[in-house]
Design a binder for this molecule. Sequence first.
Ligand SMILES: *Cc1c(COP(=O)(O)O)cnc(C)c1O
Length: 356
Amino acid sequence: MIPTQVDLGSDTATRPGPEMRRAMCEAEVGDEQRREDPTVRRLEEMAAERVGQEASVFLPSASMANEIAYKVHTRPGDEIIIDRWAHPANFEGGGPAALCGATLHHLDTPRGIFTPEQVERAIRPDDPHYSRTRLVSIEQTTNVGGGSVWELARMQAVVEVARRHLLRAHLDGARLFNAAVASGLPASRYGGMFDSVTICFSKGLGAPVGAVVAGTEDFCREARRMKHLFGGAMRQAGILAAACIYGLEHHVDRLKEDHENAAELARGLHEIPGLKLDPEDVQTNMVYLRTDGLGLKPGEFVERLLAHGVRMNAYPYQRVRAVTHLDVGRDGIRKAIEAAREVAAEALGATAKSRT
Ligand SMILES: *Cc1c(COP(=O)(O)O)cnc(C)c1O
């Protein structure tokens, strides 16, 4: 097996570069559990401001950020309205149930983006037979939804329904800055309308570790309690926060390169016979494709591609996902397209031979 040369498996694959490492090395630190780490505090202030909130809490992961937000907003038995394929509903180990005792009300959506009418219909009547609808949770950008961007007006309309019914609203903005860069709107335009906002620094922003959950001062006071409860309170975490600050300062605007690379990848893959995708669907740094035209299951395609040194991942709905990031440049994109072309040609050749 040749080593992976182009890792499009996820934007979590980024490694901290020399400048980021230097920032980590030189970070001023203290005991962050006692709120004495100046670098963590600076990050918390910066992040809150960027997403249009009063304050934020530094955490080891965006999963923990989402779960802490849910824990603060809900009581056991409460219901959360969420897209069926959203991260907390699939990739957080059953956290909403295990950690919060919350049940999920799944909405089926085309690209992870639901309508105000869907939310309206999902809200339970005030009747002891039902769980109490408590929270609407939105993902921006949508991951399984293809890296799609919620338009501001749609998001406002959904949050407006939540407000009218006295529900809370949470934004899982693990990739909020991708949405901001793609739409040209500041992240605060999206983040400011929510009761809590998660952001992740270990995706496109390139930090090795780190996330925040942002909200009002009151929300953050409760979130800090939950951070202790979940075992997420750290000590000299400024070393990690310094990488996140570096990411916020240097790696936000450059996300547009990732988006251009994803578009380039989509155009290249689209030309390969047997691969199915619509380059128009690519709004940020994700490309989803179908491989059934090659007679290959997503897992088989991924395995063969890996033998060429290129990693992609198999994803729900029989698709393959490729994600662009900081550590993949134009050369990597060309290599990935070339590898996919070879895998496709081999597969189609084999199918043609088996027919004769
Ligand atoms: C990756 C991701 C998370 C969780 O991030 P971790 O830091 O890996 O826990 C949450 N939500 C979305 C949409 C994600 O893509």
